[in-house]
Design a protein around this ligand. Structure first.
Ligand code: NAP
Ligand code: ZN
Length: 348
């Protein structure tokens, strides 16, 4: 085992503070990674606050990890020392159930091991995430990051990227489709970039008038302010697909009214109760509401390769590790453009 520096929340909703954690020795199937950058996902805040229940403390958050391989086990042929790699929200799964065999490890029937806050099958206790100097991960859960991408701006692809790419990909978004991305934050800004790159007419649906210009720069063809009833009415019944990234429970009815007949709204943000939904908003138009969770490892690699080919990365604000508490406050007050990324050099 080796001791590494990390940042942890010692108890519910507490500020994050320095903490020394242990990482396992590299086994024959493992890859050891020196972490260069780690993105700050809104989920990190939900977990520190125990918004979803079941958080285990101390919480070392972080599941948007990019780093360089420092050591590999003897069964590892795909990676070698020095490779630029990424780790997202999962570090293990049974890899034998039907769901894992379908490359949907995030829904492993025996429970995927999440990067933090899951049972640690090697050391006991629970897993610790990427707000740390190093991590040791099973080779099947390590991704190759294209070398042409800026590694800091690529880090949030490991969660914000795959979480938005996967539903757009699964629902077959293509040229000619009209796609609405709801909520311009870490996930939403990647949703716009991917939808635009897939050729769809892309509309940013936002509560923030002030984000209009940014949305267009990121690739939106139009911006719809969700608080403006008249504008919402103008777009009623016109969308083929909606990607909803709002991080809290909310009223989905106004958004369902935007969908065409047979169209779908996919929820990725609110992992909590929603306000009551009117059945008529689904029945009138055979509409669908669906959900999506990150993406499997194979699809995550496809997403990274797509980003390499299309030169897609995230718009980031770089911070030092000791600025994390201020960064959490700013994410909570909807003040980040559009993802904080921690420079792990600052933890030395
Ligand atoms: P974020 O950066 O905070 O962005 C969320 C955006 O939603 C905000 O920028 C804001 O955009 C809008 N918003 C915030 N509060 C709102 C409200 N009360 N009503 C309407 N709109 C609101 O968060 P994120 O990192 O993108 O994460 C979004 C959510 O996805 C979080 O809950 C996170 O836990 C979850 N998540 C899910 C998955 C998954 O696999 N399903 C993966 C990662 C994250 P505007 O200013 O444009 O309105
Ligand atoms: Zn995340």
């Amino acid at each position: 085992m080796s001791e590494v520096k990390a940042y942890a929340a010692p108890k519910q909703s507490a500020d994050l503070e320095p903490k020394t954690i242990e990482r396992r020795e590299v086994t024959e199937n493992d890859v050891a990674i020196d972490i260069l950058f780690c993105g700050v996902c809104h989920s990190d805040i939900h977990q520190v606050q125990n918004d979803w229940g079941g958080s285990r403390y101390p919480v070392v958050p972080g599941h948007e990890i990019v780093g360089r391989v420092s050591k590999v086990g003897k069964n590892v042929s795909k990676f070698k020392e020095g490779d630029l790699v990424g780790v997202g929200c999962m570090v293990d799964s049974c890899q034998t159930c039907d769901t894992c065999k379908k490359d949907l490890e995030q829904f492993c029937e025996n429970g995927a091991t999440m990067t933090y806050n899951s049972e640690d099958k090697h050391l006991g206790g629970h897993t610790f995430g990427g707000y740390s100097q190093k991590v040791v991960v099973d080779k099947e859960f390590v991704l190759s990051v294209p070398e042409n991408l800026d590694p800091a701006a690529a880090a949030p692809l490991l969660c914000a990227g795959i979480t938005t790419f996967s539903p757009l990909n699964h629902w077959g978004i293509k040229k000619g489709d009209k796609v609405g991305v709801i909520g311009l934050g870490g996930l939403g800004h990647m949703g716009i970039k991917f939808s635009h790159a897939m050729g769809a007419e892309t509309v940013m649906i936002t509560t923030s008038e002030s984000k209009k210009e940014d949305a267009k720069r990121l690739g939106a063809d139009a911006v719809l302010i969700s608080k403006e009833d008249d504008a919402m009415k103008k777009h009623a019944g016109s969308f083929d697909f909606l990607l909803n990234t709002i991080p809290v429970g909310h009223d989905v009815n106004p958004y369902l009214q935007l969908l065409k007949v047979d169209a779908t709204m996919v929820m990725v943000g609110a992992i909590e109760p929603l306000e009551p939904m009117h059945g008529g908003n689904l029945i009138m138009g055979r509409k669908r509401i669906a959900g999506s969770l990150i993406g499997g490892i194979k699809e995550t690699q496809e997403m990274l390769d797509f980003c390499g080919e299309h030169d897609i990365t995230c718009d980031i604000e770089m911070i030092k590790m000791d600025e994390i508490n201020e960064a959490f406050s700013r994410v909570k007050s909807n003040d980040v453009k559009y993802r904080f990324v921690i420079d792990m050099e600052s933890l030395k």
